[in-house]
Design a protein around this ligand. Sequence first.
Ligand SMILES: [Zn+2]
Length: 87
Amino acid sequence: MNREPSIVSQIAAKLNELQGVLPCAICHQTPTLYTGVFIPNESSNKRIGSPKRKTRCVFYGLCEKCFQLPDKLKRIEQGLFYKFTVH
Ligand SMILES: [Zn+2]
């Protein structure tokens, strides 16, 4: 029997723990009102440098102002890839 907590409950616990702690993924201010998680697909997983057969979930904060942006998801994703790309 598998006694490991499911990935979903692990993510939920982490989101709870990080509530308000992480800087905003777009404007970098703290504290933030929202906490989100980016779960990459296979090609995104490579771009953020996850080890093989592992998925690296990226947690981020979002402030009230940036939450209102209509293109917030695109901007968050671009910011995350910028962070995980060597320049
Ligand atoms: Zn913000």
